[in-house]
Design a protein around this ligand. Structure first.
Ligand code: ADP
Length: 224
């Protein structure tokens, strides 16, 4: 489809922060603009608490903008059935959360929900999950293996977009490298659009030429 895949125009979001018994509202996003084309991978960096997770969560409507417009495929996210939006726009978090049951059950979760016809064994292969782990209890896996299960589970929904919220930050170096390479390969093989939050500038530069920084509520393109 021609035109941007993801578009944010003048997006504002205020959150209430609690400190002891006090609570106050403060704007985290103050007029964010962003355009991402189909098949692009962009990175978002910025200080802790800058609103990076908040920004990602607006795109699949895990939370709502106060004002501004967010479009996926040219269509306002508020005009989608939220479940359909979340099937198209998958998310992978910093800490992988697996559901009760085997690795196979976990990967098949979206397939059962959506009847996408995804081939669970093929997805496991794509996410480099060894065949002998398929019937293991997912709770017993290493953190890196769990993250690969979460990625395979996200792919089972046949998404167009993946929102990645520091997907390698909770992993040791070897596992982080493996997951980074896996995501980059999946992005090019599946033509996925990816918005990847990272705190590591070296990672951002390795994986993308489109690097942004979120600071003081504004998203700016990083040059150089
Ligand atoms: P980042 O991902 O850049 O570290 P976040 O988006 O997680 O930042 O958080 C931005 C700010 O908004 C933080 O100060 C956080 O405490 C606050 N915040 C985020 N979500 C909520 C919420 N649902 N309720 C209250 N405060 C929130």
């Amino acid at each position: 489809m021609a035109g941007p895949h993801i578009e944010l125009k003048d997006v504002y979001r205020t959150v209430s922060r609690r400190q002891g018994t006090d609570s106050a509202s403060s704007a985290v996003l103050k007029g964010v603009d962003l355009t991402v084309y189909r098949g692009e991978l962009i990175t978002i960096m910025g200080p802790s608490g800058a609103g990076k997770s908040t920004l990602l969560r607006l795109i699949n409507r895990l939370s709502e903008a106060d004002s501004g417009v967010i479009r996926v495929n040219g269509r306002d996210v508020r005009d989608y059935d939220p479940r359909e939006l979340r099937r198209r726009v998958g998310m992978v978090f910093q800490i992988p959360v697996v559901f009760k049951g085997s690795v196979r059950d976990n990967i098949a979760f979206g397939k059962r929900l959506w009847d996408t016809g995804a081939d669970v064994d093929a997805l496991a292969g794509e996410a480099a999950i060894p065949r002998e782990l398929m019937d293991e209890d997912a709770a017993h896996l290493s953190v890196g293996e769990k993250q690969r299960v979460c990625i395979a589970r996200a792919l089972a929904n046949k998404p167009e977009v993946l929102l990645l919220d520091e997907p390698t930050s909770s992993l040791d170096r070897a596992a982080a490298e493996k997951v980074e390479q896996l995501l980059v390969r999946l992005q090019s093989e599946h033509g996925l659009t990816m918005l990847w939050v990272t705190h590591e500038q070296a990672q951002a530069r390795r994986i993308s030429g489109y690097n942004y920084v979120l600071e003081d509520g504004q998203l700016c393109r990083e040059h150089g």
